[in-house]
Design a protein around this ligand. Structure first.
Ligand code: AP5
Ligand code: MG
Length: 215
């Protein structure tokens, strides 16, 4: 299954993707995670990407499309994959569609996780992520047992650089202007499914599985 997860910053794309990996045995390709790793490693790509990410803006298409093309060509993507945070605008969507249709492996489904804007700020300012295993917590909704420490592996939790209120506002604006139009785009291709991303993580996951199993 080749799946795109659509949704605003904080909608729960990463949270649900991690559960989908386990259930369907396909990898998550998060362009945000790939870029954050490049920033942490101080690579030339990371240095270029950082200035955009810190401002809450999109990294240039050429950079991101190249990353995704390389990643989907790897062996573990043969059975499918979950694209999380990509595509992010119509140009990225059209480019990847063209690449995949030439390879005869088009996307199967674009799943939009819909969350009311009022919830997103709290989800993002409260997010904490494990440096080692990347498990995600939220200090308001799903706190770790010990503050700052991962329940799963005991490593340190950190807050993302772009989870500051001002940057979040910019990311939400960029989402509305550039990414939200993809809902129409995939609806026009008849591969759009939508799920309400409010309520418990488990209940949302069950609904997603029911939608995917019906394809
Ligand atoms: P990216 O990393 O993709 O960030 P994003 O789209 O802003 O989305 P998030 O990761 O913030 O949210 P999410 O939906 O994954 O939510 P999560 O599951 O973590 O991109 C970051 C930056 O990289 C961009 O700004 C851009 O600069 C660059 N970039 C990336 N891709 C790019 C591309 N294709 N092109 C150009 N630039 C690109 O959940 C959030 C919080 O809510 C967590 O604390 C979680 O525990 C909690 N939570 C989740 N579900 C629930 C629930 N049901 N109830 C209560 N809390 C919940
Ligand atoms: Mg994410």
């Amino acid at each position: 299954m080749r799946l795109v997860l659509l949704g605003a910053p904080g909608a729960g794309k990463g949270t649900q993707a991690k559960k989908l990996i386990e259930k369907y045995g396909i990898p998550q390709i998060s362009t945000g995670d790939i870029l954050r790793k490049a920033v942490a490693d101080g690579t030339p790509l990371g240095k270029e990407a950082k200035s955009y990410m810190d401002k809450g803006e999109l990294v240039p298409d050429t950079v991101v499309i190249g990353l995704v093309k390389d990643r989907i060509a790897q062996d573990d993507c043969k059975k499918g994959y979950i694209l999380d945070g990509f595509p992010r605008n119509t140009s990225q969507a059209e480019t990847i569609d063209k690449v995949l249709s030439e390879m005869n492996v088009p996307l199967d489904v674009a799943l939009s996780v819909d969350v009311d804007k009022n919830y997103l700020m709290k989800r993002l300012t409260g997010r904490r992520t494990c440096r080692a295993c990347q498990h995600m917590y939220n200090v308001f909704f799903s706190p770790p047992k010990t503050e700052g420490v991962c329940d799963k592996c005991g490593s340190e939790l950190y807050q993302r650089e772009d989870d500051k209120e001002e940057t979040i506002k910019k990311r939400l604006d960029v989402y509305e202007a550039q990414t939200a139009p993809l809902i129409e785009y995939y609806s026009g291709k008849n591969i759009l499914k939508s799920v309400k991303g409010e309520g418990s993580i488990e209940d949302i996951f069950k609904e997603i599985c029911a939608l995917l199993n019906a394809i």
